[in-house]
Design a protein around this ligand. Structure first.
Ligand SMILES: [Zn+2]
Length: 628
């Protein structure tokens, strides 16, 4: 695959690709523009034609043509590759043609099935009437192409066979079940009427296959690019013999297409193919559970909405949503049981640094009911604006947990609220809420801080669990810039300048020992280069370096281009700047090392190790002399 990526890259020019989205201006050897990924007034978005990369020194976004396209078009890596391969005229062969054609076959079968279900809905007026009664309009039903699966064992199967599909192909689509799967189902529904109905059916026909979806409202599920990959079927009781709750439980209120080559319910968000452009523009996503809530919301002009289908929120979903915006509004039912069920979703979203809000609907109502009952469209539109931040929501809840006039009550409030504080990633947020709860329960903040330290969060590792296989671009770049220690920032700047001006090599070499470990390897490579030309991209490739090192050197070279321009503007010479940076770096690193020795001295003192202590003091003094 890698060589194909290289081939695509070699055939396309990054300036041309990015130039189609952003107005680029020539700036020396590079191009610059206002960054499309964050708001800014002066350009810090730089594109390098020689290195074929882009980097924003404002928000940290950066990478190659693939990264750029993924970010700007909100695509998956594979999709970006496909698009650029088309543009470059490169034929992709990384997926075996056999798998590709199997996938295409399933999509074709789903396509035909959707048409079939749509027809059945047209022919079954009582189902349509039911949908109207639930509040859906005709145009919504048409737009989202809802359908109906007959109360029949083989109507879809025989339709698809008539359409020319082979039984084994149909089985792969998950739309039919093979008899071999039956024993397990049989035990589950042993004493329902369905069981005998099913057995009678088998006596009549002895085909091995039967329809998965029977007597159900059918919602087609599309992936982000609009391919139909599966279905959700909601039980329709009007015509079905199933009347008791037990019967319904036996067959499932909702049934999804099982996992297939093209469908994985933990990765599908209902409606995304239609709403993705709105998620970008409106900078928040309303997440609901189930198709009815989604459709009613969409109909009520809430366009930045998606729904999970028969699964709770997964890290895959969050990774997808993160590409569009950072605010997640949960439209779940948040009564006590609902809150507990939603807690994991909330934790996952917070761990991914989403700004989480809660939609407040009156008790026990889901979004669909709320919209159906609310006559004023303005009130519905305002709903999202009134969503409250998750911590405010928890704080309100905390106030109801106990009566703060008693110690017991205070304890209850604190033990409900502190774990929520613990999960906050940002220390300022933590401090803010700790202060707030401290004032509310009137308990000293230091006592609460101690308590907070004692709390162990069960799944501290939630971020790693089920992480998508690839995350080509991530917000990691941004946080790493913000959290980089000062010595590393200084060191990187010096290296960046060095790449531009080799005459400074000796001075840097003298101070090599002050560079932090994280970048010492890169410094060594740069110092060992003979000519600036050695660090040009084509020559870097020859040096047999790790990809991440090459990326880093390219980024630093671009940083130098960017900063040199500033130095010129402010009339500062590069040599002066490097000298100043070197002395800053030296000071910073000596301080860090002295701090470490101080700690060791204290330890030696504690252990009454006099000799070690004297050695350490000597080292400390030596370091101080280096600063003179
Ligand atoms: Zn930016």
């Amino acid at each position: 695959m890698l060589s194909q990526l290289e081939e695509i890259k070699s055939k396309l020019d990054i300036v041309e690709v990015i130039g189609q989205y952003v107005k680029l201006q020539k700036a020396g050897a590079n191009y610059k523009a206002l960054c499309p990924f964050h708001k800014e007034k002066t350009p810090s978005f730089i594109v390098s034609p020689s290195r074929q990369i882009f980097h924003c020194f404002g928000c940290g976004a950066g990478g190659d043509i693939f990264t750029f396209l993924m970010k700007i078009e909100s695509l998956e890596f594979n999709e970006a590759v496909k698009l650029l391969a088309d543009k470059a005229g490169v034929k992709l062969t990384y997926e075996s043609p056999e798998i590709n054609s199997q996938k295409q076959k399933i999509i074709d079968i789903n396509e035909k099935t959707r048409e079939f279900f749509e027809k059945q809905l047209e022919n079954n007026k009582e189902v349509l009437i039911y949908l109207y009664k639930r509040g859906l309009k005709e145009e919504t039903i048409k737009e989202f192409r809802l359908g109906f699966a007959l109360d029949d064992w083989r109507s879809l199967l025989s339709f698809l066979i008539k359409e020319g599909f082979k039984p084994e192909e149909i089985l792969q689509s998950g739309l039919v079940i093979s008899k071999k799967e039956i024993p397990e189902i049989n035990t589950k529904i042993q004493d329902t009427r369905l069981d005998s109905a099913r057995q009678a059916e088998y006596k009549i026909q002895n085909t091995d296959l039967y329809d998965r979806f029977r007597s159900r409202l059918m919602f087609p599920l599309e992936d982000a690019s609009g391919h139909i990959v599966g279905f959700t079927g909601r039980i329709f009781q009007g015509k079905s013999p199933l009347k008791t709750i037990k019967d319904i439980e036996a067959v499932g209120k909702y049934v999804n297409t099982p996992q297939t080559l093209v469908f994985d319910k933990s990765k599908i968000l209902y409606g995304l193919s239609k709403t993705k452009t709105y998620l970008h523009q409106l900078e928040a996503t309303l997440l609901v559970e189930g198709q009815m809530d989604f459709l009613m919301g969409w109909q009520a002009e809430i366009k930045n909405i998606v729904a999970t289908s028969g699964t709770s929120l997964t890290p895959y979903h969050l990774a997808i949503l993160k590409k569009y915006n950072n605010t997640l509004i949960l439209g779940f039912d948040m009564d006590e049981a609902g809150e507990r069920a939603a807690e994991r979703s909330i934790d996952l979203a917070l761990a991914k640094e989403f700004n989480v809000k809660i939609l407040q609907l009156s008790q026990g109502k889901d979004l669909a009911d709320y919209i159906l009952d609310t006559k004023d469209p303005a009130e519905i539109k305002d709903l999202l604006n009134k969503a409250i931040p998750i911590m405010d929501f928890y704080f309100q809840r905390a106030k109801m947990v106990g009566d703060i006039n008693s110690l017991e009550g205070k304890k209850a409030v604190v033990s409900y609220f502190l774990p929520k504080v613990k999960k906050l990633i940002n220390p300022l947020d933590r401090a803010f809420w700790l202060e707030k709860i401290s004032r509310y329960v009137d308990i000293d903040i230091h006592a609460l801080e101690d308590e907070l330290k004692r709390i162990v969060i069960e799944s501290a590792k939630i971020i790693d669990e089920n992480e998508p296989e690839y995350q080509y671009s991530s917000s990691a770049t941004l946080t790493s810039i913000l959290e980089k220690p000062r010595c590393q920032i200084l060191g990187e700047r010096i290296i960046a300048f060095l790449i531009k001006d080799f005459s400074l090599k000796d001075e840097v070499k003298e101070n090599q020992k002050y560079f932090p470990e994280e970048i010492s390897k890169i410094l060594e490579i740069i110092l060992s280069a003979k000519l600036p030309d050695d660090l040009e991209p084509k020559n870097l490739q020859k040096m047999n370096l790790k990809e991440e090192i090459i990326d880093k050197i390219n980024e630093l070279a671009l940083r130098a281009d960017y900063e040199l321009e500033m130095l010129e503007k402010f009339n500062v010479s590069l040599k002066e700047e490097i000298k100043k940076q070197l002395s800053d770096l030296k000071q910073e690193m000596v301080k860090i090392r002295q701090k470490k020795i101080e700690n060791e001295i204290m330890l030696a003192e504690k252990n009454k190790n006099e000799k070690q202590k004297q050695d350490l003091i000597k080292q400390f003094d030596q370091l101080s002399k280096e600063l003179l």
